[in-house]
Design a protein around this ligand. Sequence first.
Ligand code: THU
Length: 141
Amino acid sequence: MTPNLLDNDLQQQLLQAARAARLQAYAPYSKYRVGAAVLDDQGRIHAGCNVENAAYPEGVCAEASALSAMVLAGSTHARAVLVVGTGGAWVTPCGGCRQKLREFCAPDAPILTANDTAMGPRYTLAQLLPESFGPDHLNTP
Ligand code: THU
């Protein structure tokens, strides 16, 4: 499987994991629950949810939470990401999460969106974060 292709079975597994994670979200302030699931380079899926805080800026997004779970499990390569938001408007990763994804995803990594009932638009990381700054910039000779 090439990195930017995602078969239907894996997509369904990501969807299921992200929806289940969304149910665990702690979002008493915004009421906007988010679940995310990342597929790592070993074919494993790691999920995360948003965790808000009374000191608002200290909240953690679902994508960041899922990436932390992936790193904890020993992987630093995400092959695909699926994010499930709340309501009819499709969630797309916030700016900060796009940069966090950039650390662990190839430019052509698929970033899928969904809600409770359907799949939404699909992007690549490069579409969401063009001309991005990443680890290669720091690999100076
Ligand atoms: N949120 C995420 O978890 N991921 C995103 O990419 C968009 C925003 C969360 C942060 C906050 O808990 C809530 O959604 C409303 O902004």
